[in-house]
Design a protein around this ligand. Sequence first.
Ligand code: HH2
Length: 304
Amino acid sequence: MAGPARTWRAGDREIALESPVIAGILNVTPDSFSDGGRFERPRKAIARGRQIAEEGAAILDVGAESTRPGADPVPADEEWARLEPVLGGLRDLPIPISVDTHKLEVAERAVDAGAAAINDVTALRAGPGMARLAARTGVGLVLMHMRGTPRTMQLDTAYGNIASEVGGALADARRAALDAGCEPGQIAVDPGLGFGKSMDGNLELLARLDEIASLGAPVWVGPSRKSFLGALLDVGPAERVTASVAACLAAARRGADVLRVHDVRETRQALDVERAIDARRAGDARGEDPLIRARAAGDPGDRS
Ligand code: HH2
């Protein structure tokens, strides 16, 4: 018999996780490592947010402070000034919005403005306030592992056993969130690729993602366009799309539930193809998978 359906609760939404879903990245910053400055103006950011939903993301993750290595912190008022018009303009978005912030006052305002989840890249380092906010309001909470701060995190990237150290830290953070009153179904964890990790460390975390998944919480993962892919292939951020999609598929196979990506359309296509193949392998009749059924209706059966 099948167990209970896997879901992640984010405010009044239950996000189904039977197969991996996409969190599309929208950075309203001047300095993000990949898309900095592209969506700084609210009008452009709102248009991109709508496009991300249309391209097949299940979640829109909006951030207003870059956490790239060496980034300077942004004051809370400035971070909120960047977020407010964008959250206001996307209130009617059909998919839930998570806000990528580690500042409690920004998170409180974001939740008031309709955010369904908070993505805390410091995993409650500032104390239980963020978890109490989630417990009180029911919003989803993503706890991401980072060593140090964005200014310092790449200074020491050596670990004894990276998967068990990161997994242990995430288990502790999850326990702290539960102690603050969160429900288990609200809390997701993320190994924090690129946050105080070497290229090898990132690859090992991806290879051993099943160990993070064994914590039992939904797993977010964000390889998108990150420098470990650039180091592996010797290419800049804009040329890391294929590598990012490959990393996402590898992560999904090892238990990732939410893939945090810049390139939503490309990732969606890859997941759809994999799903269609898996459905065949599972012996589903051609007509049973909704995606295959829709496509088969227009299948000319040729080689074009
Ligand atoms: N990565 C970044 C930011 N937030 N949140 C989670 N949960 N997981 C991640 O891997 C993650 C994250 C960094 O990527 P990006 O937002 O594109 O860049 P920047 O921090 O420069 O804005």
